[in-house]
Write a protein that binds this ligand. Sequence first.
Ligand code: ME8
Length: 521
Amino acid sequence: MSEKAYYVTTPIYYVTAPPHIGSAYTTVAGDVLSRWHAQRGERKWYLTGTDEHGEKVLRSAEAQGVSPQEWTDKLVEEAWKPAWVDIDVQYDDFIRTTEPRHTERVREFVQKLYDQGDVYKGQYEGLYCVGCEEFKLPADIKTAEDGTQLCLIHGTEVETLSETNYFFKLSAYADRLLALYESQPDFVAPTSARNEVIAFVKQGLQDLSITRSTFDWGIPVPWDEKHVLYVWVDALLNYVTAAGYGADPERFEKLWPANVHLVGKDILRFHAVIWPAMLIAAGLPVPKQVFAHGWLLVGGEKMSKSKLTAIAPHEITDHFGSDAFRYYFLRTIQFGSDGSFSWEHLSAVYTSELANGLGNLASRIAAMVGKYFDGALPEATDHGPAEQALADKLAQTVAAAEQAIETLAFHDALAAINDLVGAVNGYVSEQEPWKVAKDESQRERLATILYTSAEVLRAVAVLHNPTMPKTSEKLWTLLGAEAKLGSLADQRVQDAGTWGQLPAGSVLTKGDPLFPRLEEA
Ligand code: ME8
């Protein structure tokens, strides 16, 4: 393995409670992206994990009356990893910040910054939100009617800290950060996030307190063990420690720099300001991109564990299955914007696009090939303008989907594929194969209609495989494609638009519906 892998990461999540669909949203996006690159035949590496130090996790463990290590061990194994199985996420690595492979490298990293004079001792006086684990600026705070100061994100009261801590000279990196945003224009995406970050850095940066001394649940600071590292410095380093930084140079070279860090917009500044500054200070390359997506909202506010508005992923997958979950969130919310979840909307999209759209089309085609051709796909000997229009549409769809994924516009890619399915449904309605079948002299037309429809479904299976792997496998089986074309995993997205790949003679079988109707589920 010498070639650089496409390396995609999610935030590492605080283990204070089981995951909800907000954390699942980022994790699905990362999984689809990494599977898409695998489907292109590229090497890829998908990292997720858990952020286990800091006051927030400590307090949640204390509330349970257990040690933070016991608490995180239990939640990771019993809640987090199983949730990723529920939504069919295949990560290549799962890092926990309490693992020695992480803590040891983190200590080396900060020692390096200290030795080279980027860290000094000082006094922190200011506000802190434990929910964000963030030192807050006046602009991040709102004042309630009774005068309490509230975090804009959590709506909870911020705390006043007065601590002697070690500081990282973040302010010295503002110019280098601005130069980075200039020379690497895609470093922060989408554009709204980029503009926000640039405006923030242009105001000037304050040095960052990188240690805490009022509790001990964290990585001890190597030169002064009365302090633990600030949880965000610890957490951000997961992206390099998991990739072998300081431990496995060969592996590090194949993975770093990451192609994209997927993050929610709540943690954009950490990733687009503090993180590149830390990397520049250490002489390491910065990631190619930090992409900030929006929030899943409930009643207009960010869904969150602390506000009890959390929905567990399995509540949805139990009824709709993991593929519908994956499809729904990426299809209906523009990646980069906020979106609201509702059961009614999910049911409506499931029924119209999945059950009645793709599912019904596949079963109708398989049923007609069964009925009129004993299940063996006939040859298309009468390929005319209507068929060519679909072949052209397929090629355009592949190009559009590829381009959309390139910019992480999952919603556009899935819209294009859904549109293609709609076009085949329209074609079948217009061509009325069930009527054509009544006329023996029209056998070639009938054969052509069914071949054409099945051939587009062949490509749909490939295009949907990263998003809906279980359904795509079922579709591949329904089409009898494996016998002649090999496994679905070996099909290449970029070749999916080449017409005429599904061989005549493939044996179609109707099987169970791809998407059971909701009343049957
Ligand atoms: O911030 N809508 O962890 P976290 C969309 N440990 N995405 C959401 C969401 C919502 N309602 N709620 C959470 C942390 N997310 C740190 C990260 S990384 C070095 C350390 C997603 O458990 C979104 O990706 O609070 C958000 O950025 C992340 O979960 C925050 O997870």
